[in-house]
Design a protein around this ligand. Structure first.
Ligand code: FEO
Length: 398
């Protein structure tokens, strides 16, 4: 079912209520998602922006036909060609094979690499326009690495100014409502943050540059239409401001403790360290996660918003646990900056787990504050007191 956004912009995407994982098993999507595609009808030209994920290709084309005769679509704009947006393109192009596809040069390469078709590609760059008739036009803005090399945004000068931003400013958030002012702000903003932390944080320097570049254009902006989640209609500048903050070594007054445990020794240490941090810094939020039990992407989101992270594991087979290894690998990919860190863990004999975690944290770009905290076998009252004192000392370094 299509939905009307303005008198000449229609949402023609797909809400995916049952999506629980994205990018294979890399990203949890506990509130589903949507693949937003938009139809813009100008005085002279009708343009489709993006399509939807492949499993919904026939449904997408069928519903699009109800909205507009396909032969009246003058152009298709593919802002980014990951399969969640380009997956229905082949089905659509079977019906209108000569329709021009506007995309970046990298976008064309990606579409060719995915679908192996010689479609009617029109390469565009920043500043190129597609005239819609009257004085209305779509202007393309390349946005490489937000989050793929092919990504671009599209600015529409009608409707008070509308920025189609593809993955940028998106949220994996399914809703039958179209707009940000129609959904609970708290849960939607969490999904926007989780989306940024897990998908865009790696590319924060490019995000920062691009957002500043767009702000410097001083374009009127009534709405931001991303390709996932709800449209920013109420105060669209709020998410732009958030992106400026998130892309600039973001941190709140929070410490996140991530651990794994075999027989509870490292868990007891985690909780003792947390008590110490809280005693030393009562205003600081302290959160504790078992890496083997909690959702990895929610953990990464909490680390993203923290000023420091403590990672703990018992020493296992001269190393550390599988779950902690996974978190450390993902943290390395996020390329976070200006965050302090330290390692801890219990051990029985060789005991190098904490040292190896410290090395991995350093490699991931964290500022490792000290040599960490270790306990031989099961911590007794004295060892727990030492862990608590360690937490206090760590808090003083933040
Ligand atoms: Fe929503 Fe990068 O695809």
């Amino acid at each position: 079912m299509s939905k009307i956004i303005t008198n000449n912009i229609t949402w023609v995407g797909k809400v995916d209520w049952e999506l629980t994982m994205f990018h294979g098993n890399e990203l949890s999507t506990k509130r589903g998602s949507s693949y937003n595609a938009y139809l813009v009808r100008g005085l002279k030209k009708t343009v489709l922006l993006d399509t939807v994920w492949g499993p919904y290709d026939k449904e997408f084309v069928s519903r699009l036909k109800e909205e507009v005769p396909l032969d009246q679509i003058d152009a298709i704009i593919m802002q980014h060609n990951e399969t969640d947006h380009s997956g229905a393109l082949a089905e659509l192009m079977r019906e209108i094979p000569d329709t021009p596809i506007y995309c970046t040069a990298k976008g064309e390469a990606i579409l060719r690499g995915h679908y192996h078709k010689d479609w009617n590609f029109v390469n565009v760059k920043t500043g190129d326009v597609l005239e819609l008739g009257g004085d209305e036009r779509l202007t393309f803005i390349e946005a490489p690495m937000l989050h793929w090399p092919d990504t671009m945004f599209t600015y529409y000068n009608g409707g008070g100014g509308v920025l189609f931003s593809n993955d940028g400013f998106g949220q994996h958030y399914a809703s039958e409502n179209l707009f940000n002012d129609e959904v609970p702000k708290c849960e939607m903003m969490y999904e926007a943050l989780k989306y940024y932390a897990n998908i865009l944080s790696t590319y924060s320097p490019m995000v920062s540059r691009k957002v500043k570049e767009i702000l410097a254009m001083n374009l009127p902006l009534a709405m931001i239409c991303p390709s996932h989640g709800v449209i920013w209609r109420k105060e669209p500048a709020q998410i732009v401001e958030k992106y400026l903050q998130w892309s600039d070594s973001y941190q709140e007054d929070q410490v996140t403790i991530v651990y794994d445990t075999m027989w509870n020794s490292t868990r007891l240490m985690a909780e003792a360290i947390a008590r110490g941090i809280k005693a030393q810094a009562p205003a600081t939020t302290v959160k504790i996660f078992n890496a083997a039990k909690e959702d990895k992407n929610d953990i990464l989101t909490e680390v993203f918003r923290s000023k420091a992270v403590l990672v703990g594991s018992p020493t296992i087979n001269y190393g550390y646990s599988y779950a902690v290894a996974g978190i450390l690998e993902m943290l390395k990919g996020m390329r976070l900056k200006k965050k302090k860190a330290a390692a801890f863990g219990s051990y029985g004999w060789s005991g190098e787990g904490a040292k190896l975690i410290s090395a991995a944290l350093t490699e991931a770009g964290f500022e490792v504050a000290d040599e960490g905290c270790r306990t031989l076998w099961v911590p007794d009252e004295k060892a727990l007191k030492e862990a608590e004192e360690y937490g206090k000392a760590f808090a003083l370094k933040l």
